[in-house]
Design a protein. Sequence first.
Length: 276
Amino acid sequence: MGIFEQFKLYELIVILYGLSVTFYFYDFVERNRKANKIAFWLLLLVWILQTVLLFTNIYIHGFIPVFSILEGLYFYAWLILLVSIVVNYFYKMDLVVFIVNIIGFLVMMMFLMSYATSDQSQLTGNFVGEILVAHIVLAFVAYTLYTLSFAFATLYLIQFYLLKKKRWRQLVKRIGNLEQLEKISFLLVVFATPILLISLVFGLLWAYTTDDLFYWLDAKTVGSFVVIGIYSIIIYIRVTKKLVGKSVARLNIIAFLVLFSNYLILSMLSNFHGLN
C-alpha cells in the first residue's frame, strides 16, 4: 500500500470517527439508543480500518511501530479506540465512552496532521487543501442546521403567540404543534454543535500546517468559540430543564443572530483562511 493510499484511509478514518462522536453526543444528550448503535458501529468500522493499517505496518517493518512520536500517536489512538469499544460493549458507560472518544478523535487528528507534514512532503499540499475544504464544508453544514433550528424556534414563538391570542386558527393548524417545533429545533442544535466544533478543529489544524501566521485572538476564531459556547449553553439549560419553551426559543434566536454576525461582520476583520 502506497503512501497516498494510506493517507486517504487515514482521512476516511478521521471522517468516520467524527461522525461517531457526533452520534455519541446526540445519544448523550437525548438518550437515544438508535443513535448509540449507529455511533458504536461507526466506531467499530474505524477500529477495523485502524487495525488493518496497523498490522500492515507491522508486517512491512517486522515490529510494532511505536518508536517515534508519529507512530506512538497512531498506536495510542488505536488503543484508546479499543478500550472505548470494550467499555461500550460490556459496561454501557456512555459518558466515559463519549469523553474517551473525543480524546481519541483529537489524537487521531494530531496524528493525521503530523503524518502529512513530517517527511512525507508530497502529501503536504494535498493535506492542506483537503483539510481546508473539510473545514469549510462542515462549517456550512453546521450553519445550515443552525439556520433551520432558528426557523423552527421562530415558528414556535409565532405559534405560541397565535395560540395565546386564539387567532388565525387555520394558520395554527398549518404550523404544527409546539412540542414538535421545539423538539426539531433542539435536535438540529444538538447535531450542529459538534459538527461546528469538528469544523473548527479542522480549521485550526489547517492554520498550523500553513506558513501564514495564526492568532488565537483572530476575530473569526474567537467568534466561532463564542457561537459554540452559546449553543452549548442552550443544550445545557434544555437538558437540565432550567429553561424550556419560549425561553429556549428566544435564546436560540439570539444565538443565530450572533452566528450570523460572526459570519458576516467578524469575517471582514479576520485573517483566517483569507476571508477578509
